[in-house]
Design a protein around this ligand. Structure first.
Ligand SMILES: Nc1ncnc2c1ncn2[C@@H]1O[C@H](COP(=O)(O)OP(=O)(O)O)[C@@H](O)[C@H]1O
Ligand SMILES: O=C(O)C1=C[C@@H](OP(=O)(O)O)[C@@H](O)[C@H](O)C1
Ligand SMILES: [Mg+2]
Length: 160
């Protein structure tokens, strides 16, 4: 989910495993020459999902061993989780909707177009709804780690 810590945990995780780290949103922004939120505004979500799916597949064609932080929706559109599971190991960082709300309300929604412009109550409900809707996809991940204070070491232990 957005706010789960994919971007934050990805870099130290990659360092510990001696692997290069990449963030799919950053790759998309570089390719499109604009911020994720501007892609949503200018071209809409369906376009973003196509670009995201293409960027993921292009990336995997040229990279072998890496840690990739995806966006929260990557697994859930265009058979994302199925594709990623064919490529390697996927990790579901399972953080409660209540904790996601604590992390994201206020500034955390500014660059997250799907969560932007909502009241606190709307954001809380939106996060709960999204978690429920997306769980069937996230639950297909190879490895799942749950909790509101996940550290890179905990992921490494699950990978071992
Ligand atoms: N393991 C963690 N424990 C506590 N706070 C975290 C953790 N991971 C991320 N955060 C905080 O949550 C917010 C979103 O993190 P981010 O890595 O951007 O999430 P994602 O890439 O999954 O959307 C940031 O403010 C970050 O500091
Ligand atoms: O959950 C989503 O659908 C999205 C999550 C975002 O990434 P983060 O999960 O890093 O916020 C970004 O890819 C885009 O705004 C859509
Ligand atoms: Mg991120």
């Amino acid at each position: 989910m957005p706010g789960a810590g994919k971007t934050t945990l990805g870099l130290p995780l990659a360092k510990s495993l001696n692997l290069p780290f990449f963030d799919l949103d950053a790759i998309i922004e570089a390719k499109e020459g604009k911020a994720i939120k501007d892609i949503f505004t200018d071209q809409g979500e369906a376009y973003f999902r196509e670009v995201e799916a293409r960027a993921l597949r292009d990336f995997c064609m040229v990279h072998q061993a890496f840690i990739l932080a995806t966006g929260g929706g990557t697994a859930c559109f265009h058979k994302g989780v199925q594709f990623m599971n064919e490529q390697g190991t996927t990790v579901f960082i399972n953080v409660s909707a209540a904790e996601l709300f604590k992390r994201l309300h206020g500034k955390g929604t500014q660059d997250r177009p799907l969560l932007n412009g909502k009241t606190s109550e709307q954001l809380e409900r939106e996060l709960e709804g999204k978690v429920m809707k997306r769980l069937p996809y996230y639950n297909k991940a190879t490895i799942s780690i749950a909790g509101d204070r996940i550290v890179p070491q905990a992921i490494i232990e699950k990978l071992a």
